[in-house]
Ligand binder design. Structure first.
Ligand code: ADP
Ligand code: MG
Length: 772
């Protein structure tokens, strides 16, 4: 191992690096993945401190963007030092750790360091801080709302979400107070100058590395190599739903015209992306691993296994769901699914530790290792024996449009830097091959670098975190960021937090806000959970929040739209609520599962078993979060004392979804719906509320707006005036005057001349309340 360490590119730079670190408070180090940054550099410092007799006083922290890499790296380094983990080398991730009194080098997640900074403003006793993978200024594995890894991952992932930028602001602020502290920023693919400028011209050091050349094959080449016929591409309109439908074991025949085939053919015949019409470009954005066809990936993998030299294969997919779907498909393949010839492994944020070890190990003789990964394997994890890379070209990341204030989480094209990085993974030990599943001209249209998450997400959770750091004004704090978010986006977030009662008029955290800052959840959903616990109706609320975080388990296959809608309406029990329909469907499923008829139950009711399963597991995690935050009594019967009270559950739904409200406007025989900002909206075809002639509630609260051609609201629940008044805003602190004023504003806005009379009464009531 020592020999291997000494052969790493970083070893040659050891003296230069140590000197630079001694002479500068901040330095920025770049070097190809695998050159020894993470495992070696902190060790060099530890060793040199020990040699110079200061070993007992040095205290090195090295942050990793993900908990899995913190654990894997700590384990590796302690093995290199011939020590058990927890001696001089330790790790700490949320709720887990291995460290002792002799630990002098601690690998931790960025979230852990940030937490430590909360209570220990000067980082007393710490001598060196490494911030690793700073190019990963965000998290691309899907947030709470799209993937459903275990709770621990959830928690850290949320922090990772915007953490690096956040951490840098706090550390930069700390440097003048701790002149002796050393800060080292590291990454494989960073824009070093950006960081250097941020730290007043801190020196940049590059570790020259070597990788073997990797040949890039784009889609046009791949089609030639594999002989794959384009006709089997599938155009999939509703990506998630159709995919889940497929997993119901009965494949739905696809009759629709094969648009993507035409599209790809078009793309291949063009020399540059600029030549596309904007419509083509738009449709290219729906190109996902699934729509390009798992079959194509299968064909590439078969080609490698049959025709290529030995070596492991690394497949980049967008997220947990994709990875699992692909793995399931490959498992039934005669060659790829044969464990005597192929070892299929997955690599994502929530994988089990045993699987994690296998990734690094040599496969049995004559077996080819195939690792299907998220872009976690892009830079923070090095699998040495990879010779072939398959790159789908997409990653799940949050994008955010400050003007419309709507977040969307969709797989989107990666940057050229990421594509190069993915390709480079194939050249660790020998020349490699990389298969990019998109045409060359699409690659040319990729942006150069990825936008940091800070500029892509709604800042709601971040602003809450900032407040809990007690660093003063949110706007001021964020304007010190490396690339500050738009002031408008910050203002939107602050307004939102005030509206839901997490911040008071002066931007201070309310009690509710303090709890919300502790929960690794979108503040809206967090609020619904807290209220559910508070009002002792936690079971149905857990189901609803989990459902809103995963996706709708009600399927709507194109071929059977009507039957599916009818099936869903059976769960509605005339209470005008999609959310309660979900609760019933979930409870029915649990029941059916006990009786061993879950499969028929799902099939009959057009429900996705996979989604229900995901909801179930997320529910358990949320339950744990609530217990952890001491918001539950801990006794099922007590916590659910009022769960059967429909009006109460309805009110809690309203509390969580506010300000997602639309007024129901009845005119003649039809109804229309208006929201505050967008004006007219439509109900999603699958909503139970779309089946009624009239809705006996003046308001619908909804979780999500989706813009297709018109704006649709997905799931909705009818609520009354009084529920809206009492539960709409910052209830936990009492109904605030500001809140009532705002509600008055809503009513003015919605005021429909034909309804003036009933609203006049309501306004009077409100005024009275306001007086009190
Ligand atoms: P960097 O941080 O520059 O990407 P690392 O310090 O993580 O590089 O890794 C340096 C080298 O150490 C890798 O090239 C690999 O050979 C080896 N290595 C790191 N982690 C492991 C591990 N868990 N198992 C086996 N080898 C490892
Ligand atoms: Mg590293």
């Amino acid at each position: 191992m020592l020999q291997a360490r000494m052969s790493l590119p970083s070893f040659k730079e050891k003296e230069r690096l140590l000197q630079a670190i001694a002479q500068n408070q901040v330095i920025i180090i770049s070097g190809e993945t695998g050159c020894g940054k993470t495992t070696q550099l902190p060790q060099y410092i530890l060793e040199s401190e020990i040699e110079s007799g200061r070993g007992a006083f040095c205290n090195i922290l090295c942050t990793q963007p993900r908990r899995i890499s913190a654990m894997a790296v700590a384990e590796r380094v302690s093995t290199e030092r011939g020590e058990p983990l927890g001696e001089s080398i330790g790790y700490k991730v949320r709720l887990e750790g291995m460290k002792g009194k002799n630990t002098h080098l601690l690998f931790c997640t960025s979230g852990i360091l940030l937490r430590r900074l909360l209570s220990d403003h000067n980082l007393d006793g710490v001598t060196h801080v490494f911030v690793d993978e700073i190019h990963e200024r965000g998290m691309n594995e899907g947030t709470v709302s799209t993937s459903f890894p275990n709770y621990l991952c959830l928690r850290d992932q949320l922090f990772v979400l915007q953490i690096s930028d956040f951490l840098l602001i706090v550390l930069k602020d700390l440097l003048p107070r701790r002149r002796d502290l050393r800060l080292i920023l590291m990454s494989a693919t960073l824009n070093a100058e950006l960081f250097s400028n941020y730290f007043k011209g801190a020196p940049m050091i590059h570790i020259p590395g070597f990788t073997h050349p990797v040949r890039a094959h784009f889609l046009e080449d791949i089609l030639e190599i594999t002989g794959y016929k384009l006709t089997s591409f599938n155009q999939i309109d509703d990506y998630g739903q159709e995919k889940l439908w497929k997993t119901q074991k009965q494949l739905v025949p696809r009759k629709r015209k094969n648009n993507l085939t035409l599209l790809v053919e078009d793309a291949l015949s063009q020399s540059s992306f600029e030549n596309y019409s904007s419509k083509t470009r738009e449709s290219l954005s729906c190109w996902t691993p699934d729509s390009i066809g798992f079959n194509l990936i299968e064909a590439v993998l078969c080609h490698i296994c049959r025709k290529e030299r030995p070596g492991a294969v690394l497949v980049f997919m967008t997220g947990w769901d994709d990875i699992n779907c692909l793995k399931n498909q490959l498992k039934s393949h005669p060659l790829l699914g044969d464990p005597n010839r192929v070892q299929l492994l997955t690599c994502h944020g929530s994988m089990a530790t045993s699987e994690q070890k296998l990734i690094f190990e040599k496969p049995p003789p004559n077996v080819r290792k195939i690792v299907i990964a998220t872009n976690m394997a892009e830079a923070s994890i090095t699998i040495n024996d990879v010779v072939f890379v398959v790159d789908c070209g997409k990653a799940k990341e949050t994008t955010y449009d400050a003007l419309n204030n709507t977040p969307c989480l969709l797989p989107s094209w990666i940057s050229q830097a990421s594509a190069r990085q993915r390709r480079g993974r194939a050249g660790r030990v020998q020349p490699g091959e990389c298969y990019h599943l998109y045409p060359r001209c699409v690659y040319q249209a990729f942006s150069e670098y990825q936008l940091p998450e800070l500029l892509r997400t709604p800042l709601n959770s971040l602003c809450l975190q900032i407040k809990s750091l007690r660093v003063g004004s949110i706007g001021e704090f964020l304007s010190a960021a490396l690339q500050p978010p738009e002031p408008l986006a910050v203002q939107n977030a602050v307004d939102f937090l005030k509206m839901i009662g997490a911040l008071d008029e002066n931007e201070n955290l309310t009690h509710l806000g303090q709890y919300l800052a502790m929960l690794p959840l979108d503040p809206k959903l967090g609020k619904m959970l807290i209220m559910g616990a508070f009002f002792r109706c936690v079971d149905p609320i857990l189901t609803i929040v989990a459902g809103l975080s995963v996706r709708d388990p009600f399927l709507l296959p194109h071929e059977k739209k009507d039957q599916a809608s009818t099936a869903k309406s059976r769960f509605s029990a005339k209470d005008y609520s999609d959310h309660m329909a979900l609760v019933r469907a979930y409870e029915g499923w649990k029941e059916a599962e006990r009786e061993g008829s879950a499969y028929e139950y799902c099939w009959r009711n057009f429900l996705s078993a996979q989604t229900l399963q995901a909801i179930h597991s997320l529910r358990n995690q949320f339950h744990y979060i609530l217990k952890d935050a001491q918001l539950l009594e801990g006794e099922g019967s007590l916590d659910n004392k009022l769960s059967h009270n429909q009006s109460l559950v309805r009110a809690i739904i309203c509390a969580g979804l506010f300000p997602g409200i639309a007024s129901v406007v009845h005119r003649e025989a039809s109804m229309s719906y208006k929201t505050m900002d967008d004006g007219q909206v439509m109900l999603y075809a699958n909503s139970v509320n779309s089946g009624y002639q009239t809705i006996p509630y003046p308001w619908l609260v909804f979780g999500e707006k989706v813009k297709v051609n018109t704006v649709f609201i997905r799931d909705s629940t009818g609520v009354s005036d009084s529920i809206l008044i009492l539960f709409g805003g910052g209830l936990v602190n009492g109904v605030s005057p500001g809140h009532l004023k705002m509600l008055g504003g809503y009513i003015d806005f919605f005021m429909d001349p034909t309804l003036a009379e009933s609203y006049t009464n309501l306004k009077q009531e409100l005024d009275q309340l306001l007086q009190k």
